[in-house]
Design a protein around this ligand. Structure first.
Ligand code: IDP
Ligand code: MG
Length: 151
């Protein structure tokens, strides 16, 4: 197990539908630690950088329009295997294929309204965390429960 940081976004649909608390609670319940969190409006420039890998794809314009349409909650989670654990709890990209018990599987029905973003791999996670958070916004702290979460 490696300690990792990953970027999570509760997307505009999650915030608008009042599901942010439930979504964050599921991630928090794993034991992963919140080390950064803020409500923010994503600019066109930030969206283009964040979703650069998808530029040119048929859904790109819709994706950027959606992610900039209303506030998101950006979260940096830290802990053992934070990237893959977060992806597992999110579920598959298309809510139609997401298992019950995952965030997308339980709360979504449409690929373009899938509620949550989570970094896909280590390189993306490092890039995305620094894109959304300054060093000063990422806090280092201990929780009294840590020995109960990691052996
Ligand atoms: P991910 O969010 O599970 O990592 P990606 O393939 O990185 O999935 O796609 C980024 C986001 O773009 C998805 O979460 C989804 O919102 C949107 N997206 C991906 N493919 C499609 C599509 O075919 N139609 C509509 N939206 C899509
Ligand atoms: Mg992705």
């Amino acid at each position: 197990m490696t300690t990792e940081q990953t970027l999570v976004l509760v997307k505009p649909d999650g915030v608008q539908r009042g599901l942010a608390g439930k979504i964050i609670s599921r991630l928090e319940s794993t034991g992963l630690k919140i080390v950064g969190m803020k409500l923010m409006q994503i600019s066109d420039e930030l969206a283009a950088t964040h979703y650069g890998e998808h530029k040119g794809k048929p859904f790109y314009e819709g994706l950027v329009g959606f992610i900039t349409s209303s506030p998101v909650i950006a979260i940096c989670l830290e802990g053992p295997d934070a990237i893959s654990t977060t992806r597992k709890i999110m579920g598959a990209t298309n809510p139609a294929d997401s298992a019950p018990g995952t965030i997308r599987g339980d709360y979504g029905v449409d690929m373009g309204r899938n509620l949550i973003h989570g970094s896909a791999n280590e390189d993306d996670a490092v890039r995305e965390v620094s894109l959304f958070f300054s060093d000063a916004e990422l806090l280092s702290y201990k929780r009294a429960t840590e020995p109960w979460i990691v052996e």
